[in-house]
Ligand binder design. Structure first.
Ligand SMILES: [Zn+2]
Length: 508
């Protein structure tokens, strides 16, 4: 066989080289698009925090992106120890003792004893016979029964009121006992102020039982065991049963309510703290469930016909309220898209939301109740067009990605999902323009639920199911009382004294 011409050999060599290079290029560009997609997914996952997604600020950990460096205890956490902000929620470092709070079996404790010279004495005489109503004024006293009530006094002192009731025997044979005031029913007992103060300290200031006990000893010289303090919480819980119902009924009829939920540790497992709230009322509920069963056991939304503001948590859409979505969340999520992709349409949507809110406030200031229809229509259709365009552009990007990777399983990007949601829920997003009572965001609910997070930071967790119930009901009352302009301690004092069960709240 004759050798081919040298020119031909060169051409063949070149063609082979070109072919090889082409293969390499295809291979590399495949790799590049794979890497691009992976990178995008990763940065989606890594760069989310409370500023640019629907994640709550509590998930930022101590290394929050823009928060003050100091935490509530005044210590500055070491930023190097947690550069990614992946620190878990702080927990109490105290080891479990495995015991119930309060006095333990076999522990002698400091039993309250009657004192020799109580500061005040109230007599409760017997005037008539309980049975035949004959006058017993001049009859002989058979016996005196004394009951003492202990209350905090001035600094370093506690006050004791002795209630002394006469016992008289009538000619008819019946023995009558003078009537003690309502609630005075033991030989010795703590009064409503002691109880209200203990509940104030433990449920409102989040002081642990043991330290509250120390407080009474240090400030008033009064011995109140952690077990007693625990009992006072239960008393408050029982006293507030009807009040909780008042709150539920008020929220059912509220024109506008907000809802939110956050994780909390109860008895060692993850529970959910739910809040339903209005400007005047707050209802908390702690539940192992995040969804319907918890929401339904709060007893409000099943018959609620008002406007419900929330963060787009799906469970709420089951209820027939007029839904309003939190725009603080939308702005944060749009910011996430801007940070990741420099998406100019996301910037525009942000601007539109802010402008619409700004305009609403302007119209509200001059006494209007809703935005003029023509302006509202224009903003609304512009918002929809922009969101649709952003969704379409994102869809095209995803399609290109699918073709390049030859993979149908490319997941929808976060941006796509967000734009899609904004299109679909345009009405719920922009409803604040139609009624100026509607808030722009769900910040009210977030404010109301924040105390749960504080509780978590201080105590690590709520130790029992009972503790969860006490906390929810008492906090519902305290929060509602505050919103209605009451002093928290006074409100608790009324609750503890309120033996005839007439709720303080909503008495307008
Ligand atoms: Zn009699």
């Amino acid at each position: 066989m004759s050798q081919p011409a040298p020119e031909f050999q060169i051409i063949v060599a070149l063609l082979t080289a070109v072919n090889e290079q082409q293969e390499q290029i295809t291979c590399l560009s495949e790799q590049v698009s794979k890497l691009e997609a992976e990178n995008k997914e990763l940065s989606d996952r890594l760069n989310t925090n409370s500023r640019n997604s629907s994640k709550p600020p509590s998930t930022d950990g101590y290394a929050k992106p823009s928060a003050k460096k100091k935490d509530s205890s005044g210590t500055t956490p070491d930023p190097d120890s947690d550069p990614k902000g992946e620190k878990p929620n702080p927990k109490s470092l105290r080891e479990k003792s495995g015991r119930k709070p309060g006095g333990q079996r076999g522990h002698k404790g400091s039993t309250l004893r009657q004192v020799e010279d109580p500061g005040r004495t109230q007599y409760h005489p017997v005037i008539d016979c309980e049975n035949c109503h004959r006058s017993l004024r001049s009859s002989k006293i058979v016996k005196l029964i004394e009951r003492q009530v202990f209350e905090p006094g001035r600094f370093g002192h506690f006050e004791v009121t002795a209630h002394v009731a006469e016992v008289k025997k009538c000619e008819c044979g019946h023995v009558t006992l003078g009537s003690f005031p309502e609630g005075v029913d033991s030989h010795v007992q703590y009064g409503p102020a002691t109880q209200a103060l203990a509940v104030y300290l433990c449920q409102y200031q989040l002081v642990p039982y043991k330290r509250a006990s120390q407080f009474f000893l240090d400030i008033y010289g009064l011995e109140v065991s952690p077990g007693s303090i625990c009992m006072f919480q239960e008393n408050a819980y029982d006293q507030l049963a009807s009040t909780e119902q008042v709150i539920v009924d008020a929220l059912k009829n509220a024109p506008i309510a907000g809802a939110d939920e956050t994780g909390m540790r109860v008895a060692g497992s993850l529970w959910w703290m739910h809040v339903l709230r209005s400007e005047k009322w707050t209802l908390y509920h702690l539940d192992p469930s995040k969804g319907h069963s918890a929401i339904e056991s709060m007893g409000v939304l099943l018959t609620f016909a008002g406007i419900l503001v929330h963060d787009h948590y799906k469970a709420y859409f089951r209820y027939a309220a007029l839904h309003v979505l939190c725009n603080a969340h939308h702005l944060r999520e749009l910011q996430g898209v801007v940070d990741r992709d420099c998406n100019h349409l996301a910037v525009r949507l942000q601007r539109m939301l802010r402008l619409a809110w700004h305009l609403s406030n302007g119209f509200k200031k001059i006494g209007m109740e809703a935005m003029p229809e023509t302006i509202r229509q224009r903003i609304s259709s512009l918002f929809e067009r922009t969101a649709k365009r952003a969704q379409a552009e994102e869809a095209e990007y995803m399609e290109r990605l699918r073709q390049r990777r030859g993979d149908d399983k490319v997941r929808n990007t976060k941006a796509f999902n967000l734009f899609k949601r904004l299109v679909k829920f345009k009405e719920a997003t922009l409803r604040f323009m139609t009624d100026f009572r509607i808030p722009f965001d769900n910040n009210g609910s977030e404010r109301d639920i924040r105390n749960g997070k504080v509780k978590q930071k201080i105590s690590g967790c709520i130790r029992s199911k009972k503790g969860a119930e006490w906390y929810s009901r008492i906090r519902s009352y305290v929060s509602s009382a505050r919103k209605q302009g009451h002093n928290v301690f006074e409100a608790l004092l009324i609750a503890m004294k309120n033996y005839s069960d007439q709720p303080l709240l909503g008495a307008e």
